[in-house]
Design a binder for this molecule. Structure first.
Ligand code: TRP
Ligand code: SF4
Length: 404
């Protein structure tokens, strides 16, 4: 699916600040952001309030974690020139939207989100809080605030994006209805211009009669290209494609990315909580030490035992970092016991260090320029707030709160 998304879509994604990133974050998320930022209109942010929903009593390290994570993003090539980078808590409009959405979000929807029960069962932290229950709604506010069309997330977050769609739909049903809607929409169509009007009606019919969602997409694309039309009327035409209400908050889609498998040194998924990570910024000698102790195919007890790369986590890392010749050398040498695991790991180390060196160097530069980085973030927050204020104005008007 990666190549067939049209350019210029609104993309929003956030990451909880857990401090310095590891290779799992890098290959799973950040590389993908770096790619998307060039073709899409991207908003990337530090979800620091989300960190509080689970770690409300450990706020001491928070500032550091935010800082270290932003430095890592920049060092990896997430660019403030190509995307909007910000910190959630510095765009307090997120809290206002969260509050407004909370008024009509059924408790049962929140209790039903799979991560709610799962996380409570998996940890001995106190998660019986209002904030933790509201986690997905805060995330919905993050996404709807920017009227995002696409949310790049891992599989584990798909339920949150689905929940966001439900919240958007409920909002539009509740606040997007008005008297004489259909008549108004029809007269708006007539004003689109002959060709567009014909196409709009054709796409609408194709969607409503045959459920053709492609037609819906094309019609939306066409509407976005319309120049002399007010936002409210655009929302009417957008909503009329599907039903009889204004589409004030568009429903976002999740963008599931195909990330390579990144095992930690013990062979399990790389994760801070397993204490098995390879840090993005770790010095070569630290990486070396960790790699040399990394688990291999358990069947290869002695140097003379042949092994099977498919049963070895070191191989998964080779597939990420090594060139085809090296991969062949590993496959052949491992299966025939022609190479030892130390030889194999040394080659991997060389390839990894070559890719990590420039990232570490770049991070060092950002680390020494705290004021510069803060200025970048400040600018990103201001840009995000401009968009956020527009959305809130829109939302307040729809909810009848624009009397101030
Ligand atoms: N919940 C996400 C995670 O744990 C982080 C997040 C917060 C997010 N708000 C978001 C991701 C909005 C995408 C869009 O990874
Ligand atoms: Fe793993 Fe390489 Fe050893 Fe084979 S030779 S078991 S791939 S480390």
């Amino acid at each position: 699916m990666e190549s067939d998304i049209p350019a210029g879509q609104r993309v929003v994604s956030g990451m909880r600040p857990t401090g310095r990133l590891h290779l799992g974050h890098y290959h799973g998320v950040i590389k993908n952001w770096v790619k998307l930022q060039h073709s899409q209109e991207c908003f990337f942010f530090v979800a620091d309030w989300h960190a509080l929903t689970t770690h409300y009593s450990e706020t001491d390290g928070l500032e550091d974690h935010v800082w270290e994570m932003v430095v890592d993003w920049l060092a990896c090539g997430v660019s403030p020139g190509a995307s909007t980078l910000f910190v959630q808590s510095q765009v307090p409009e997120h809290a206002e939207l969260h509050l407004l959405l909370s008024m009509f979000t059924p408790l049962s929807w929140l209790e039903r989100v799979p991560s709610y029960k799962e996380m409570q069962e998996q940890t001995d932290r106190d998660l019986a809080t209002y904030g933790f229950l509201g986690y997905p709604l805060l995330q919905a506010a993050d996404i709807l605030m920017y009227k995002a069309q696409l949310v790049p997330v891992g599989e584990d977050q798909a339920a949150h994006v689905e929940f966001t769609r439900e919240v958007a739909r409920r909002f539009n049903h509740l606040y997007g209805q008005e008297e004489g809607f259909a008549k108004r929409a029809e007269s708006l169509i007539d004003r689109l211009g002959r060709n567009e009007a014909r196409l709009y009606r054709e796409y609408r019919r194709r969607f409503q009669e045959k459920g053709d969602s492609q037609a819906l997409e094309v019609a939306r694309e066409m509407l976005r290209g319309q120049q002399s039309i007010s936002l409210g009327d655009l929302q009417r035409l957008d909503g009329y494609l599907e039903g009889e209400w204004r589409m004030i908050l568009p429903e976002p889609a999740e963008y599931l990315t195909t990330a390579p498998k990144v095992p930690g040194v013990d062979g399990r998924k790389m994760s801070k909580s397993y204490n098995n990570t390879l840090g993005l910024r770790e010095e070569p000698d630290v990486i070396q030490k960790k790699l040399m102790g990394m688990m291999t195919d358990p069947a290869r007890k002695r140097r003379s035992d042949p092994g099977d790369p498919e049963k070895c986590p070191v191989w998964d890392l080779h597939k990420i970092y090594s060139d085809p010749q090296t991969l062949e050398w590993v496959e052949e040498g491992c299966r025939s016991a022609g190479i030892g695991c130390t030889d194999c790991k040394r080659r991997l180390l060389d390839a990894m260090v070559a890719e990590l060196d420039p990232i570490r160097a770049s991070a060092a530069e950002y680390l020494s320029d705290r004021a510069g980085v803060n200025a970048l973030i400040h600018e990103g927050c201001e840009a995000a707030r401009d968009v956020a204020r527009d959305t809130l104005e829109d939302v307040s008007e729809a909810m009848g709160l624009d009397y101030a």
